[in-house]
Design a binder for this molecule. Sequence first.
Ligand code: FES
Length: 82
Amino acid sequence: MNAPLIRLQINGCTVEARAGTSVAAAIAQHSLIFRRSTTGQPRAAFCGMGVCFECRVAIDGIGQRRACMVPVREGMQVSCDD
Ligand code: FES
């Protein structure tokens, strides 16, 4: 049995992810870049368990959230420009 689909917005684009999926996984599933380093290099989730902070995003206007630690929620607004 599949988990229900959740709709959220990532960088202004509406995407779908299964309930229980982390925000980091939803971003990766849609091939979106988390943010860029100070030298402009694309960054992505690394540890997937809340340790490295490479997956920082803003969620519903609150910055510095670790995307790998937050499950998707209907209507969630995610910005990778945090
Ligand atoms: S991927 Fe390392 S803290 Fe999220």
